[in-house]
Design a protein around this ligand. Structure first.
Ligand code: HEC
Length: 276
């Protein structure tokens, strides 16, 4: 019963009819309660492992790969990009508080001045632009994804800490939530159809992960070598149901990431992990 209530409640908000305007925090608590009830075998602290938390063999594979990641060289290259001085002598770390340590969990954040969601990748590009450097292409494996594969590890262990305050922020959050719960594509699936209503069930050969924990560990290395950003993953999921996908860095996906990241609030981050 609960899962139906959750979807309907969200839909009610999204189309603005039900008048049940749940706050982001109410959404998060309700979402977490849903998984506690429907997937009681997985401890909430293990949601960060996604589908692996429900597959013993995959979890063992994850642990052994994480001991000696075969993709460590890519992360090391990312560090070189992060440390390489700009033409003016400054580096990325000058753009972030605490030299970029324990900051990634504050992103995406809503920037009232810009009137839009700023993702961590956008903050990287703002840093480049403000130092007179050329911006990176969102999702590009040799620049943006590579540098974030390193720099997001500087926030490993930080608890996700997304804030939604003010009307602009709330509107962006609601737009992201609407994307998440809206059915789309030839197969007429919403993100929630798979990751809420069917989380813990199998689809083809895969176990469906819960949305709580989805945002904590990006980018990932799929199959142990394919560097993949969170929004590239969104594209893959949109395509699975033959729905239109959006660009990495589009407002549509930035808002979706904002909503999805809020759902992981309080969970510890760990970037550049292995995924199947
Ligand atoms: C047809 C079912 C389906 C739909 C609809 C779907 N996904 Fe997925 N998604 C999957 C499968 C299968 C995987 C791989 C197994 C897993 O991690 O759940 C996956 C993985 C993910 C992951 C990676 C989880 C991790 O920790 O590696 C994220 C994030 C994600 N989906 C988000 C979304 C979002 C956002 C939407 C809506 C735009 C969406 N998905 C729609 C099936 C779906």
């Amino acid at each position: 019963m609960k899962k139906i209530a959750l979807s309907l409640l969200a839909f009610g908000c999204a189309i603005g009819t039900a008048g049940v305007n749940a706050s982001p925090e109410q959404d998060r608590v309700q979402m977490a309660a849903h998984y506690k009830k429907t997937i009681p075998a997985v401890k909430p602290g293990d949601y960060i492992y996604g589908a692996l938390a429900m597959e013993k063999d995959s979890m063992a594979q994850y642990e052994s790969i994480m001991d000696f990641p075969p993709y460590q060289a890519v992360i090391d290259h990312g560090k070189e990009i992060w440390d390489k001085p700009f033409k003016n002598g400054k580096t990325f770390s000058s753009c972030f508080p605490n030299e970029g340590k324990n900051v990634a969990g504050n992103y995406p954040m809503f920037d009232d001045k810009l009137g839009k969601v700023v993702t961590y990748e956008m903050a990287i590009n703002q840093c480049l632009a403000s130092n007179g450097e050329k911006e990176f292409k969102y999702g590009d494996k040799n620049t943006m994804s590579m540098v974030t594969a390193y720099s997001r590890t500087l926030s490993d262990g930080m608890k996700m800490n997304i804030k939604v305050a003010g009307t602009g922020a709330l509107a962006a959050y609601e737009a992201g939530k609407e994307h998440f719960f809206r059915r789309r594509g030839q197969l007429n699936f919403a993100c929630s159809t798979c990751h809420v209503d069917n989380a813990g069930n199998r689809i083809r050969s895969e176990t469906l992960s819960m949305a709580v924990g989805h945002a904590t560990h990006w980018p990932v290395f799929r199959g142990g070598d394919t560097l993949t950003s969170l929004q590239t993953r969104f594209q893959g999921c949109n395509k699975q149901v033959r729905a239109v996908s959006f660009e990495n860095g589009s407002e549509e996906y930035n808002n979706l990431e904002y909503f999805l990241s809020y759902m992981s609030n309080g969970l510890p981050m760990k970037a550049s992990v292995f995924r199947k």
